[in-house]
Design a protein around this ligand. Structure first.
Ligand SMILES: CC(C)(COP(=O)(O)OP(=O)(O)OC[C@H]1O[C@@H](n2cnc3c(N)ncnc32)[C@H](O)[C@@H]1OP(=O)(O)O)[C@@H](O)C(=O)NCCC(=O)NCCS
Length: 119
């Protein structure tokens, strides 16, 4: 994404994003004992909030993705959407588990949506 292949600090990462991201985006880095374990991204596009998220590869499948997604859903004032690849079982599983509903919008893509407080 940046062309940098070495390690960078959370502060460097934050500065990189801050210099590039429009006001209507919100980016979260989740840490345990000062070690980054997950990120979350909220984007306001065409009056809709969109969510995407990721968990460090070695920590997936332990419920962190659901916690991150719940946190992000709780931050927006209305409904929230997410597009997922049908083959991305972890993404579909995490969002479905916290209350996203939806269906195929095109070949291979599921569009999910939920309202805050509907978990
Ligand atoms: C998608 C992602 C964030 C999920 O985070 P996670 O911490 O692994 O997910 P959780 O442990 O919270 O699991 C959530 C649910 O999905 C299920 N699940 C997780 N991994 C799964 C897998 N590989 N296959 C099937 N189901 C899976 C879990 O069983 C759980 O369901 P349950 O509550 O009914 O048991 C993580 O896998 C990731 O970072 N993937 C790469 C980036 C990505 O694809 N982001 C999504 C973009 S929309």
């Amino acid at each position: 994404m940046t062309g940098t292949t070495g390690s960078i600090t959370p502060e460097q990462q934050q500065a990189w994003w801050s210099a590039r991201v429009p006001d209507r985006w919100q980016i979260y880095l989740y840490e345990v004992d000062s070690v980054a374990v997950a990120y979350g991204l909220l984007r306001l596009v065409d009056d809709r909030w969109w969510l995407t998220f990721g968990v460090a590869a070695h920590l997936r499948g332990r419920g962190i993705g659901k916690q991150v997604a719940r946190h992000l859903v709780g931050l927006v004032p209305g409904p929230i959407w997410a597009d997922m690849h049908v083959d991305n079982a972890a993404s579909v599983g995490a969002l479905h588990a916290i209350g996203f509903v939806g269906g195929l919008i095109e070949d291979g893509v599921i569009r999910g949506m939920m309202h805050p407080g509907s978990t």
